[in-house]
Design a protein around this ligand. Sequence first.
Ligand SMILES: C[S@@+](CC[C@H](N)C(=O)[O-])C[C@H]1O[C@@H](n2cnc3c(N)ncnc32)[C@H](O)[C@@H]1O
Length: 468
Amino acid sequence: MTLLLNNHIEIIIDCHRAFENHFSDVLKVAPSLTRKIVSYQGNKNEPFYRWYKYKEAFSSSLVEYLLFKYNIPKGTVFDPFAGIGTTLFTSSLLGYDSEGIELLPVGQEIIFNRILAQFDMKESDINILEKWKNETPWNSGINPQKLNYLRITQGAYPKTTERRIGQYLAELGRLNNDKVAKILLFALMCILESVSYTRKDGQYLRWDYRSGRGNGQNTFDKGKILSFNKAIKQKLEQIIYDIKNPRTGLLFSEELTSIGTIKVHRGSCLDILPQIDSNKFKTIITSPPYCNRYDYTRTYALEHALLGINEVELSNLRQTMLSCTVENKPKKLYDICVNYSKVDKIFENQKLLNLILDYLEKQKIDKKLNNNGIPRMIRGYFNEMAVVISECFRVLGNNGYMFMVNDNVRYAGVCIPVDLILSKIAEDIGFEIVNILISPQNKGNSSQQMGDYGRKAMRKCVYVWRKP
Ligand SMILES: C[S@@+](CC[C@H](N)C(=O)[O-])C[C@H]1O[C@@H](n2cnc3c(N)ncnc32)[C@H](O)[C@@H]1O
């Protein structure tokens, strides 16, 4: 059996090599695409972006860089996985109209509140915000509102903090200004992690030992847990400062032209893409969830509980997301995509992917996978991405570029070159593969994978595809 598996791995490696040869002219290390620029780190201290550090984001400098470098003509820029709207806000500042789709309420909330804060707040609204920050009316003894919680967020805050959050919400309920109330609720959402016992950790929420969770076995120390009053005052100060002193944070552009419009759809791109007219967009700049088991519905559970999401809704969101967790069940894609049979044929004919999936299925039978849902997740991921790519091809105008940021991953010792597989799917759909730009600092894989198989660099890339 081991011999068979070794043989199987060799066949995968050969096929992987053949794919690399196929794309050898377009695979290039791009020194300017540093980890900082392709991740949220580039935005960490930037105005507006610093309000909520969305670790899944890329930086606004990346969007700016791509629009300039590829000389994208004015028109509408599209992002089917909008996150906190980095593509949308940056393009808009540079005079492009923008349109995006985001499924998760946390991302939607960040986008809509930023639009409100940046474009809609009057001086009188800002004065009320300042008054709240200075007078902290929630401390005056009002009865706390009960917090909405999910099973996985129960007991997430120290008791005094939970009471203060409840009082803040109760006081908010008495406020007679809708816009200010929205920003105040948003400010609260931005500080939840910092005042809680939890830390976002990719696949789940990690709990500090002080929470009492873990039957005395838990030694994880997340460091300082901020007091509610300190955290909310700091956050309000930051928000008020950025609203009063708008700076673009742009890197390359000195002068701004007129600001473009921003349109955002709430929901899944798998449902919304088919409703969009063909050839509508000048360019697409996007980054889907990676095929890495990260469960955003768990890591953003504190925020979703605050936004009133219940258990059923959370589980529906998990199933609606692009398949990237081991719990995702296959979606009915033929209902979604008009030319699904063509896309499905392209997907089913992916040789390297099929070899990898066969190998992982065998590993599953031999009980060698740490989770049996892994092959199903990977299959679902690429199948859904094939549909997304096909729909993006349709909605993109001729000569339009599609840029995608994504990471390669590894399971059971086998590297999955997401960049090569998705680019092959894109090529079969009709895209010209212009470049697969490799970020110069590679990272390893999860600590478990590194322990088992040694450190081997996984590529992080920006794919550059063009619709002829
Ligand atoms: C890697 S993040 C993109 C971050 C974005 N580039 C930014 O800078 O904020 C991927 C996003 O896709 C969203 N997402 C996942 N499945 C989706 C779906 N089916 N439709 C639309 N958005 C989805 C996730 O909620 C997440 O915000």
